[in-house]
Design a protein around this ligand. Structure first.
Ligand code: HEC
Ligand code: HEC
Length: 237
């Protein structure tokens, strides 16, 4: 099982590298400094106001011209662009060349390194839990559970302890509450409730989320898997 996780993690990273193509990996910290240039016209925090330009939180992988309540130029609205790594970097190199007629008056970031850094920073401005949740699919989540969890957990009502505790009706409940299960001290004393946010944080990387947990599980890397398993767990009532 461990090997399988390792392999899927490796495939994951290879895909990431090839998706970035020839672009050198950017540095998010220096990207954050560069983003001050954008802050004159854009907020970048979650739920931030539209200023002269639209709020840019979680803009990557979204279609252009789609931030609610912002009045775009028709050039932007009709551009048909999706802000992936390539279009984002092209646009901030030369906004007016990539979207003719855009009302974004910004001369552009000159070097590829700067654009890669800025991209790396924007990749950190990702989905809130709410956003992730709303994209979950319970059917797919069941498959994720079969693939990643059932080696250690049962999910059905009254299911037995495998290695970890039974997970029926766990969403929204206090942690470490299954009678008779020998939890780690870390989880017993955590005071956690399995809110959406906590579940997503825990499932992303149990050991990082809760030092000392005995859930030896490398974590779900894909945001979609996390959303799906969350949706599935919520159906188990
Ligand atoms: C002088 C103001 C100004 C600055 C500086 C500026 N922008 Fe913009 N930006 C705008 C405006 C205005 C729009 C809307 C364009 C339109 O509707 O044509 C926009 C649109 C965008 C969009 C498209 C958003 C969407 O919802 O499709 C992205 C992406 C973007 N800007 C990124 C940046 C980045 C990154 C920087 C910094 C490197 C930056 N902008 C700097 C004014 C600015
Ligand atoms: C290698 C075994 C293993 C795998 C795989 C695993 N877990 Fe666990 N899990 C555990 C153990 C052990 C615990 C108890 C942790 C503790 O006491 O610190 C636990 C605890 C939990 C808890 C807290 C339960 C409670 O009563 O508070 C949740 C929620 C959970 N796991 C969800 C999952 C989900 C969902 C998956 C699949 C995506 C998964 N786990 C995969 C071993 C595993």
């Amino acid at each position: 099982m461990k090997l399988k996780y390792l392999i899927s993690t490796c495939i994951g990273s290879v895909m990431f590298v090839s998706a970035a193509g020839a672009i050198a990996a950017g540095d998010a910290a220096s990207g954050e400094k560069l983003a001050k240039k954008c802050a004159a016209c854009h907020t970048m925090d979650e739920g931030g106001k539209n200023r002269l330009g639209p709020n840019l939180f979680n803009i990557l992988d979204k279609p252009a011209g789609a931030v609610e309540g912002y009045k775009y130029s028709s050039a932007m609205k009709e551009s048909g662009i999706t802000w992936d790594a390539a279009t984002f970097q092209d646009f901030i190199a030369k906004p007016k060349k990539v979207v003719k007629g855009t009302k974004m008056s910004f001369s552009g970031l000159k070097t590829a390194a700067q654009r890669a850094d800025l991209l790396a920073y924007f990749q950190t401005l990702r989905s809130s839990t709410a956003e992730i949740e709303s994209h979950g699919n319970a059917e797919d989540g069941k498959v994720v559970a079969q693939k990643h969890c059932i080696v250690c957990h049962s999910f059905e009502k009254g299911g037995k302890t495998v290695y970890g505790p039974n997970l029926f009706d766990m969403a929204g409940k206090p942690a470490a509450a299954i009678a008779g299960y020998d939890y780690s001290d870390a989880l017993k004393t955590s005071g956690l409730t399995w809110t959406d946010k906590n579940l997503i944080g825990f499932l992303a990387d149990p050991e990082q989320f809760l030092k000392g947990t005995k859930a030896r599980f490398p974590g779900l890397k894909s945001a979609q898997d996390k959303a799906d398993i969350l949706a599935y767990m919520k159906t188990l009532k």
